[in-house]
Write a protein that binds this ligand. Structure first.
Ligand code: GLP
Length: 243
């Protein structure tokens, strides 16, 4: 397997190791293009980045960001939108310029146009230097559910019931979890120069085992990462317990 694995003690250490890699990249390339993710997994990484910014002043003035995905139909101001999440968890705490941050617009009049715009935007930025990824329990990356074509670019997806259930913890009820999202496709993600896959907790242990032992198949989207030349998995003991 091509994936370089770094074992972390726990969630906090996973975040610290990931943050070191991001900070190193920004110091070497102040105008780097960072691909960012949402969910509980990268929050520890973002906390570390904020702490480093406060203590050491690492600047994000020239950094550009592109997020993986966004729910369809939520206003940016909705506290469950990934737009709000990124502001709350990272952007409002560092000196990044608002205009340098990008998230798909899940309220666009034409979602198809929005997908094309977002694809072009990533290309115009020169591609993603470092993409941060979490992994869903069913192996999804971004919002690419099992069965998504490995050739996919930015597209609209119907969320799996299991994904809506997993994410319903942030919503009032499962019924308020949107049923659609916009996401970078698998091909979009694979074009990133480097990928940092993060996994923490026993709930991800099966997915990590499957990643290590299973074949490369569209039925398990994360498996394609084994074909990318520069992927590092930073996972804690609990996530690695079955691998
Ligand atoms: C969500 C996101 C993914 C994320 C995954 C895991 O559906 N779209 O980008 O990686 O779920 O989430 P968590 O980190 O909360 O376990």
């Amino acid at each position: 397997m091509n994936i370089h694995v770094i074992r972390a003690e726990n969630y906090e250490e996973m975040g610290r190791i990931a943050a070191k890699k991001v900070i190193k990249l920004i110091k070497e390339h102040p105008a780097a293009v960072l691909g960012l993710a949402t969910g509980s997994t990268p929050v520890g990484l973002y906390r570390e980045l904020i702490q480093d910014y406060r203590q050491n002043g690492t600047s994000y003035r020239s950094v550009r960001t592109v997020n993986l995905d966004e729910y369809v139909g939520l206003d940016q101001t909705d506290h469950n939108s990934y737009f709000s999440f990124m502001r709350e968890m990272l952007f409002s705490h560092i000196d990044i310029k608002e205009q340098n941050t990008n998230i798909p617009n899940g309220k666009a009049d034409s979602l198809e146009e929005e997908c094309l715009r977002y694809d072009r935007l990533i290309t115009d930025l020169g591609g993603v230097d470092l993409q941060v990824l979490g992994i869903g329990r069913n192996g999804h990356i971004g919002f690419n559910e099992p069965g998504t074509s490995f050739e996919s670019n930015v597209h609209v997806v119907q969320l799996d019931q299991s994904t809506r259930e997993a994410n319903s913890r942030f919503f009032d009820s499962i019924d308020s979890v949107p049923s659609e999202a916009l996401t970078m496709g698998i091909a979009t993600i694979l074009r990133s120069k480097e990928i940092l896959l993060l996994a923490s907790g026993a709930s991800k242990a099966e997915a990590i085992k499957q990643l290590f032992e299973g074949s490369v198949s569209e039925e398990f989207p994360a498996s394609i990462l084994k074909n990318h030349p520069n992927v590092t998995l930073i996972a804690d003991q609990d996530a690695l317990q079955l691998a």
